[in-house]
Design a binder for this molecule. Structure first.
Ligand SMILES: [Fe+2]
Length: 231
């Protein structure tokens, strides 16, 4: 530091560093921990075939039934910084409301082309992405299969189960729901609105899947970022 030029450079760098630090403190972001929900009885039983595309089980086979959607977002910490190396798992019912699980006794149609679960690990940017289909609603009591939902807590609203584990963080298990505006036809819109209301689905777990205004043949996309708490 005896050289005056070096010292000048050092001071300049220090001022820049203090300025950046001050700005970061003033604008410190806070992300609220994502609400947890029950795992439910249908956590995947098998470890096979769990990539990010649930819309086709066999690459050479047919597409799953139902409307294709894409769900994406960031896995982040309480300061909204992305978490690298987070394992993100999703599982859900098929378009008819049926799970691929031995405990699911609802007599609803199976879909042999649907991959009922998927998983991926985040990279540095904390980003995740899944391609899947809109799940059907299903009755809590199998005897109600085939009936139309007509009151509170008879059927589960459409939802996607999610489990996230990351080193140094508390694992998160939750469920994402569909905002009624994710649907284009009026009858389904009203039904999903009723199902969400009857179950009192928290608004912070509802995702709106929006259509591409320029290209309506593209799948609707939904954005949801998950915030994990440190251990
Ligand atoms: Fe479920």
């Amino acid at each position: 530091m005896s050289n005056p030029i070096d010292r000048r450079e050092f001071l300049k760098k220090s001022i820049v560093a203090i300025g950046a630090g001050g700005g970061a403190i003033a604008q410190a972001a806070i992300c609220i921990r994502t609400r947890a929900q029950t795992e439910g009885p249908y956590y995947p039983e098998s470890d096979l075939n769990r990539d990010q595309d649930l819309t086709r089980l066999d690459p050479k086979g047919n597409d799953a039934e139902g409307t294709i959607i894409e769900l994406s977002g960031i896995i982040q910490d309480a300061s909204c910084s992305p978490i690298s190396g987070a394992l993100v798992e999703i599982w859900q019912a098929n378009a008819h409301g049926k799970y691929d699980h031995s405990e699911d006794s609802n007599p609803l149609p199976k879909d042999p082309n649907f991959q009922h679960w998927g998983r991926m690990t985040t990279k540095k940017d904390g980003a995740y992405l899944f391609r899947t289909i809109v799940p059907g609603h299903y009755p809590l009591d199998p005897k109600l299969t085939g009936k139309t939902p007509s009151g509170p807590r008879q059927f589960r609203p459409p939802h996607i189960h999610v489990k996230i584990t990351a080193r140094g963080f508390q694992s998160l298990t939750t469920q994402l729901y569909f905002h009624e505006d994710s649907y284009s036809d009026a009858v389904t819109k009203d039904l999903v609105k009723d199902l969400n209301n009857w179950e009192r689905v928290p608004s912070d777990l509802k995702v709106t899947f929006v259509e591409d205004k320029k290209d309506k043949t593209k799948p609707r996309t939904g954005a949801f970022s998950f915030t994990l708490a440190k251990r």
